[in-house]
Write a protein that binds this ligand. Structure first.
Ligand SMILES: [Zn+2]
Ligand SMILES: [Zn+2]
Length: 257
C-alpha cells in the first residue's frame, strides 16, 4: 500500500532535484540531479592526513601539512565531502540562512555516503553535532549539524548524542573575523553537560562547514578534556578561504552560525 501511494505521488509530483528543482532521472539515489552532483567539488587525495586540507598539486602524496606539523590540532583527523563553493555552498546557504531544512536530507545522505581517505566513520562510537546557542536554535528552528549528524549516524549505525556537548555562551559571528580572532571568539563557549557519556569514546564531530577549524578545534578540546578517547571531524564542506590571510572576509552572509 505504501509503495502504491508513493508511486502515485511520484506520478502526480515527479521527484525533483533538491538543488535546481529539475526533473530527476529514474532511480536517482540522492535527490540531486546529475548536473548538480557533478557541480560538487568533491575533495580527494592528495590532502593533509590530519586536517584534510587538499593540496594544490596532484603530484603530492597525502602527508601532514605545514600548519598541522607546527601546531597539531586536538582532533585526530578532519575530512570534508567537498569544497565550499558552487552547488554545495548554495545548498548550505539555503539550508542555514533560508531555513530550508528539507535540504538536510539529501545533503546528509551525500555526507554519509562519501569516501574519506584516512577516516573510517564506522570506527566512531558516538556521533556528536556542533551545537548551536539556544537563541540561534530558536531563530532557525533546527540545528543543521544535528540533521547532518543524524544522517551519518543512521547510515553507519552509530548513536547520535545531541545533548552532551552544549553551547551555553553566544559567540560573535565568525564570518568577519580572522583566524586568531575566531579562536578567541569560540574559547569557552562550549561545555560538556554529561561527561559520563563521553568518557573513553571515539567521537565523530559533525558540522556543516570547516572554515579555519577554530570551532571544531575548540569542540574537540572540550570533548577530550571531558575524557573522550579520540575526536575526528566530518564536515559537508571545507572553505578554501582559509588559505587567505587572516582578516579577509568570507562570503557567508555575515551571520552567526
Ligand atoms: Zn539539479
Ligand atoms: Zn593539516
Amino acid at each position: 500500500m505504501r509503495s502504491f501511494l508513493a508511486g502515485l505521488a511520484d506520478l502526480v509530483f515527479p521527484p525533483r532535484c533538491a538543488s535546481c528543482s529539475g526533473k530527476l532521472e529514474d532511480g536517482a539515489h540522492f535527490s540531486l540531479c546529475e548536473g548538480c552532483r557533478s557541480g560538487i567539488g568533491i575533495i580527494h587525495s592528495p590532502l593533509c592526513t590530519v586536517c584534510g586540507e587538499p593540496f594544490a598539486s596532484d603530484a603530492e602524496k597525502d602527508h601532514p601539512c605545514g600548519s598541522c606539523l607546527v601546531g597539531p590540532p586536538p582532533f585526530a583527523t578532519a575530512r570534508s565531502l567537498g569544497r565550499y563553493d558552487g552547488v554545495l555552498m548554495t545548498m548550505i546557504h539555503r539550508l542555514k540562512y533560508r531555513e530550508q531544512s528539507r535540504l538536510a536530507e539529501p545533503l546528509g545522505r551525500l555526507l554519509a555516503a562519501g569516501d574519506y581517505p584516512g577516516l573510517r566513520i564506522g570506527e566512531a562510537s558516538l556521533v556528536i553535532p556542533v551545537p548551536l546557542h539556544p537563541r540561534r536554535l530558536r531563530q532557525r528552528g533546527f540545528n543543521q549539524s544535528l540533521l547532518l549528524a543524524k544522517a551519518v549516524g543512521k547510515s553507519h549505525g552509530i548513536p547520535v548524542d545531541a545533548r552532551s556537548l552544549r553551547k551555553p555562551v553566544a559567540s560573535d559571528p565568525q564570518v568577519s573575523l580572522g583566524r586568531r580572532q575566531r579562536e578567541r571568539n569560540v574559547r569557552g563557549v562550549f561545555v560538556v553537560a554529561d561527561a559520563e557519556r563521553i568518557k573513553g569514546k571515539g567521537i565523530l564531530l559533525v558540522d556543516d562547514v570547516y572554515t579555519t577549524g577554530s570551532t571544531l578545534k575548540e569542540c574537540a578540546r572540550v570533548l577530550l578534556r571531558a575524557g573522550a578517547r579520540e575526536v575526528s571531524v566530518l564536515t559537508l564542506a571545507r572553505s578554501v578561504e582559509n588559505l587567505h590571510p587572516p582578516g579577509e572576509k568570507e562570503e557567508t552572509g555575515g551571520r552567526e552560525t
